[in-house]
Design a binder for this molecule. Structure first.
Ligand code: HEM
Length: 411
């Protein structure tokens, strides 16, 4: 009897990041490329909505599904996804992006909701089979998920005239901002202290039973989540963007200050801690941006999107891919591709924000797009080819085990 290596498709079903990360990266590059195509006159339509959807429902959601689909079963000590569960998710994700590229915004949003609900169904089945609780901060993952569903539905209903304009705008905030912000905070409070090697913090999240400590931390996350939600309500229904920005900024900064105290990072100059710190500082800067430049909403949002969301995405993506392909030791090293990507994204963030203040906006936005796409390509060329490699040491309850077991054939 001799075990053969599992094929790529077998690896994907147990570890969905292998298919979702490359797909999401392509969609992210497509979404950003819309701006140079528009400013050069090649695309004659204004790509505002298509860009927003490809970035949120294509790029960021692809990373979310790939990450959660791989990590959640492990965190719950439940079985990994099966092929019959994974491939419908991949088809729905691709269909959602295809509909947006075909200007079918409402249909794309409805498919996105179906995608999120289908994925939630897969996870709920595992929650029933679980032997442990997820980390307490994952309360925010649940809230983010609900915001994604509610935001897309409200936007779709608003576009059809079924709900008022205010609800449509609220849906836009939930989908474009709250969805990813909650997920970043929920997953980040578990993952980022480990990336930063913060002393003493890691152990606090190890507890996976409904102990008083777990409940206290979950309640803290829930309170932060409710305040953030209140800030979006204030922005939309009281038409008070500045108080909303103060509430949101203070809540996020205080929550991260407690859960991920970056000032205690032991080696902040190393690649991964540096990338994490830059991303969290960009997130904070983008959230308080409206206090200084209230008229420049899109500029502030893009400090959050580029420097915050996309840099964290590539950093977490690096960890996931290397950690699951037998190259985990590289994560502690210099990681030149992540260094270059982080530098390009940070410069791109500055250009994107400054561009909105200047009459030569198109040129600045073109440069920002070029830098972001270059960052994505550099990162993808160095990291993504490793999605084809199984982790030779992955055994036991981990996701690779079923694929490997299935692949064990006699010759
Ligand atoms: C790097 C170059 C980028 C450029 C030049 C750019 C440009 C723009 C512009 C001009 C808008 C306004 C569209 C409108 O409402 O008329 C916009 C909106 C948006 N962008 Fe970007 N973007 C870039 C990167 C990104 C990235 C990396 C993300 C997410 C990861 C992102 C997510 C969004 C979202 C969600 C909106 C809609 C915001 C809202 O009004 O709610 N963008 N972008």
């Amino acid at each position: 009897m001799k075990a053969t290596r599992p094929g790529f498709l077998q690896l994907c079903s147990a570890e969905p990041f292998r298919i979702f990360f490359p797909l999401a990266t392509l969609l992210g590059i497509s979404g950003v490329s819309l701006w140079p195509l528009f400013f050069s006159g090649i695309h004659e339509f204004y790509p505002g909505v298509m860009h927003a959807r490809l970035m949120i429902e294509g790029f960021l959601s692809g990373y979310v599904l790939g990450f959660l689909g791989t990590a959640m079963p492990r965190l719950l000590s439940a079985p990994p996804l099966r092929a019959a569960e994974l491939w419908p998710l991949v088809v729905l994700h691709a269909l959602c992006a295809g509909l947006h590229i075909g200007h079918q915004v409402v249909a794309g949003d409805v498919v996105f909701v179906v995608l999120l609900l289908t994925f939630a169904g897969c996870m709920i089945r595992r929650i029933h089979q679980r032997t442990e609780l997820p980390p307490p901060g994952f309360v925010l993952v649940g809230m983010g998920y609900l915001c994604g569903v509610a935001g897309a539905l409200l936007w779709a209903a608003g576009s059809k005239g079924w709900v008022s304009g205010n609800w449509l705008l609220f849906g836009g905030l939930l989908l474009n901002q709250a969805f990813v912000l909650y997920l970043l905070l929920g997953v980040g409070t578990f993952l980022l202290p480990r990336f930063l090697a913060l002393p003493g913090i890691v152990l606090m999240d190890e507890e996976r039973t409904a102990s008083p400590g777990w409940r206290r931390r979950a309640l803290f996350a829930l309170s932060a989540g409710v305040l953030i939600l209140a800030s979006y309500c204030i922005e939309t229904f009281l038409l008070a963007p500045q108080p909303a920005a103060i509430l949101r900024g203070v809540t996020v900064i205080a929550f991260l200050g407690v859960m991920v105290p970056i000032h205690r990072t032991p080696a902040p100059w190393k690649t991964v801690p540096l990338a994490v710190n830059l991303a969290l500082l960009s997130l904070a800067a983008g959230l308080i941006f409206p206090l200084f430049w209230p008229g420049q909403r899109a500029a502030g949002l893009h400090v959050v999107f580029l420097g915050g969301f996309s840099l964290i995405t590539f950093t977490v993506g690096t960890r996931v891919v290397l950690g699951h392909s037998g190259f985990g030791h590289l994560f502690q090293g210099r990681l030149p591709a992540l260094q270059i990507a982080a530098a390009l994204i940070m410069v791109g963030t500055v250009l994107r924000a400054i561009g909105d203040f200047l009459i030569t906006r198109a040129t600045w936005l073109n440069w920002a797009s070029a830098l972001w796409m270059l960052a994505a390509v550099v990162w993808a060329c160095a990291i993504l080819p490793k999605v084809r490699h199984a982790d030779p040491e992955d055994s036991g309850t981990c996701a690779g085990s079923r694929a490997k077991a299935a692949a064990a054939t006699s010759h």
